[in-house]
Design a protein around this ligand. Structure first.
Ligand code: PLP
Length: 415
């Protein structure tokens, strides 16, 4: 039997993949690094690092304003990056891709721009109890300003959205629904297509926070049907400071500018400014050119490995981790939804998550401890914080064992 490289159902060659990420070779103290903080940020493959070096070494110029060769090349590379992101999300038009600083800025852009045009006193914005602060605070700001009301869909004890309540909350005053695709603190994968169906039945647009989704599963914005989709480059093996807002063309075209400055205009006089078409209307000033190009390289890398194979590998690791962690006395998983991706959030009886994180670091195991920018969710769970191990394509079964072993050592230490 011949095995076809990168066949959709072939298992990943983890050693080969790990060799693509130089930082994974390092030690923390005496121990090899076990990097399980991927929900905070992912490590970068050599292909992305090389692309950034090549850009700054040989191609660096400002875009859109030059006639010289370097500027034309940089503009072409930036435009090609936009097209690469379009293909990645299966958007129907490259103009639907707006480069921003990250998921946070993408959501702020929509809250501010869409909000200014469409949210009035007495209107409602629907979010959920499992949102990251970046999908809460921008809506609070615009609701406060406009005299609108923020409504919050509750979750079950397992960490699943109460879809029945969501359906009941949608009404004639609902202006937008904004929910996460994957919870960064629970790992829950939300049924986005179903949420969009419920909202669109009432002509309500939907924004999806995809920060924790794009590195772990295929995302097709046309199949999901959402109006907006936000993600950050650094969580998908790209550089920090670059991210994407996808917006359906009619939505973006109806929205006023978010920031003023160069590139977002068609013409300016002191009396009147005419704005540029989308997406330039939303990209005021010199953008993060290198970031966009680096992000395209990261997406190319991801596509080369195969997002379906990555998803399958991570589901395998998640099942292993769930079993290994629940076998440790006193450990309780927070987030036990039927459909999860990449996140093992947990508490340990009589041990503060920060102590867990600090002790694990002595074993070279990098996890996160805290409220994960989800304070309202922590209040709902009745805990001040959790410990969180979060997975990526380069994590391995021996690393799950290293995590479990270090946690057993913590348990022993605290009796
Ligand atoms: C679900 C979710 N949304 C939004 C964000 C914000 O991402 P960024 O800080 O890259 O803008 C994060 C970051 O952790 C996240 O996990």
């Amino acid at each position: 039997m011949t095995v076809v490289a990168h066949a959709p159902n072939a298992t990943l060659d983890i050693d080969r993949i790990r060799a693509d990420f130089p930082v994974l070779a390092r030690h923390v103290g005496e121990s090899p690094l076990v990097y399980l903080d991927n929900a905070a940020t992912t490590q970068k493959p050599q292909a992305v690092i090389d692309r950034l070096v090549r850009y700054y070494s040989a191609e660096n110029a400002n875009i859109h304003r030059g006639v010289h060769t370097l500027s034309v090349e940089a503009t072409d590379a930036y435009d090609a990056a936009r097209e690469r992101v379009r293909r990645f999300l299966n958007a129907s038009d490259a103009r639907e891709i707006v480069f921003v600083r990250g998921a946070t800025e993408a959501i702020n852009l929509v809250a501010r721009s869409f909000g200014t045009a469409r949210i009035a006193a007495g209107d409602e914005v629907v979010i959920s109890e499992m949102e990251h602060h970046s999908n809460i605070v921008p809506w609070q700001l615009i609701c406060e300003e406009r005299g609108a009301r923020l409504r919050v869909v509750p979750i079950t004890d397992a960490g699943e959205l109460r879809l029945d309540t969501l359906a009941q909350m949608l009404g004639p005053r609902t202006r937008i629904v904004s929910v996460t695709h994957v919870s960064n603190a629970l790992g829950t994968v939300n049924p986005i297509a179903e949420i969009v169906r419920l909202a669109h039945a009432r002509d309500i647009p939907v924004l999806i926070d995809g920060a924790q989704a794009v590195a772990h599963m295929p995302v097709d914005v046309q199949a999901l049907g959402c109006d907006f989709y936000a993600f950050s480059g650094h969580k998908v093996f790209g550089p920090t400071g670059i991210g994407v807002l996808y917006g359906r063309l009619p939505q973006l075209e109806a929205m006023p500018p978010y920031q003023g400055g160069g590139d977002m205009i068609r013409s300016v006089t002191f009396e009147r400014t005419l704005y540029n078409d989308v997406p330039n209307r939303f990209e005021a000033g010199t953008p993060h050119i290198a970031g966009a190009i680096g992000l395209a390289a990261a997406i190319e890398y991801l596509a080369g490995v195969g997002i379906d194979r990555i998803a399958a590998h991570e589901q395998d690791l998640l099942a292993h981790g769930t079993e290994a962690l629940t076998a440790i006395p006193g450990v309780r998983l927070t987030g036990t939804a039927a459909h999860k991706a990449g996140i093992l959030s947990f508490v340990m009886e009589n041990v503060h998550p920060h102590d867990i994180g600090t002790i694990l670091d002595r074993y070279g195991v990098a996890i996160r401890a805290g409220h994960h920018c989800c304070q309202p969710l922590m209040a709902r769970l009745g805990v001040p914080a959790t410990a969180r191990a979060s997975l990526a394509l380069y994590n391995s079964h021996p690393e799950i064992e290293a995590l479990a072993g270090a946690l057993r050592a913590v348990r022993k230490l605290f009796g």
